[in-house]
Ligand binder design. Sequence first.
Ligand SMILES: NC(=O)c1ccc[n+]([C@@H]2O[C@H](COP(=O)([O-])OP(=O)(O)OC[C@H]3O[C@@H](n4cnc5c(N)ncnc54)[C@H](OP(=O)(O)O)[C@@H]3O)[C@@H](O)[C@H]2O)c1
Length: 247
Amino acid sequence: MPTQQTVLLVGGTGRPGGRVLQQLLDRGVGVRAIARARARLPAGSAGHPGLTVIEASLLSLAEEALRRQLSGCDAVVSCLGHTLSLPGVFGPPRDLVTGATRRLCRAVEALRPPRPVKLVLMSSVSVNRPGGLDSRRGALERAFLWMLRGVLPPARDNQRAADLLLEEIGPDNAFLEWVAVRPDSLLEGEASAYRAHEGLVDSLFSPGRTNMANVAHFMCELVTNSEAWAAWRGKQPVLVNASTKAA
Ligand SMILES: NC(=O)c1ccc[n+]([C@@H]2O[C@H](COP(=O)([O-])OP(=O)(O)OC[C@H]3O[C@@H](n4cnc5c(N)ncnc54)[C@H](OP(=O)(O)O)[C@@H]3O)[C@@H](O)[C@H]2O)c1
């Protein structure tokens, strides 16, 4: 009998994160969810035998407690994001996603797991990746994004978190492998056909659409399907609905 997989989830109280939590539990994956308020986790998950809730903020959880929660995990999924409010966007912690990603990576490395732990990060199409794969992005859009990162801390934060994975963790880390998933504009709606692309397919001025149910499905596939992992490990796939533009 295959052993049950265990995933540490942060951001499970959010819109995409709640869907990831439900889909992981539906797939029989054991989930340890670190959440500031357990009451904000999806209603259907309360009391699920596969779910353990650690009621705490990831950023202030003691190092040792974080390592304890990560011990034995096959994967970590981060769906953290700045709350869409004035204090959420402009107040502290301005480096929420980067700080959380760094904490998670360092704690995994300190554990020296026998097999690399998979880290799936919720990122964004506003994030650039080097290497020419995002060459679709023209000069005007690049200038706009540069300005956006100057005035909007969450935009800067998402870019720095992705850069951290690319530059500090890299592709050949013995303890940690990663994928940064870049959805376009997040939408409600059912799971539907979707595609993962190596580079950008739309522009910020004419955005594509990504159902949150599809983001959750792709993230769960990455965690549970070794072929999906092998295809996207160390990459920043752009995820869009197959039918992405308004009719
Ligand atoms: N909106 C879009 O169209 C779009 C498109 C592409 C990518 N993204 C990216 O997707 C990610 C998720 O975005 P979202 O707006 O959909 O998320 P969301 O539903 O607002 O969820 C945010 C999650 O982060 C947690 N969180 C927020 N501030 C925190 C803090 N200071 N400490 C600990 N946890 C904190 C929230 O926990 P609590 O419940 O405790 O507040 C919640 O679980 C973001 O990085 C965003 O940039 C968004």
